[in-house]
Design a binder for this molecule. Structure first.
Ligand SMILES: [Zn+2]
Length: 142
């Protein structure tokens, strides 16, 4: 038995490659992926009714992911906005909040909003590693 495989977008749950497996002998077809005990697709597969729709139409439906496309678009916009500046490059605008990556005296690193006043960063026991304009996240110009 030599099954044909049509590859589709990855599993939305675990990211493994998905394919439509077609049994040449009985014509049965199913969406499935390789063994992954961490994913629900390890326990079942989507049996396709060949009389209901063609493989190409099943693939088109599987690959149509408007929510995933919208989220990826939002992520691309956010990554474009989040242009980190190194700490050596100070903000040109004072008296504003910025999103910062901070490091404590103990070496712990985290991100948080911090104020950049007329005398510099308002930080105690921590140091700014890098920052970006938080107002851009809300449609601001700075
Ligand atoms: Zn999966």
């Amino acid at each position: 038995m030599d099954n044909k495989k049509w590859f589709a977008k990855p599993c939305p749950l675990c990211g493994m490659a998905m394919y439509i497996d077609i049994d040449d002998e009985d014509g049965g077809a199913a969406f499935c992926h390789e063994k992954n005990t961490d994913c629900i697709f390890d326990y079942f597969y989507i049996d396709l009714d060949r009389g209901y729709d063609s493989i190409d139409r099943y693939l088109k439906k599987w690959n149509n992911r408007p929510l995933e496309d919208e989220l990826n678009n939002d992520i691309a916009i956010l990554l474009k906005i989040m242009q980190w500046h190194d700490a050596e490059e100070l903000p040109t605008e004072h008296n504003k909040y910025y999103w910062c990556e901070l490091i404590s005296e103990e070496g712990d690193v985290w991100t948080a909003m911090r104020y950049y006043g007329s005398s510099g960063w308002h930080v105690i026991g921590e140091r700014v590693l890098r920052w970006f304009h938080i107002s851009k996240l809300f449609g601001g110009e700075s």
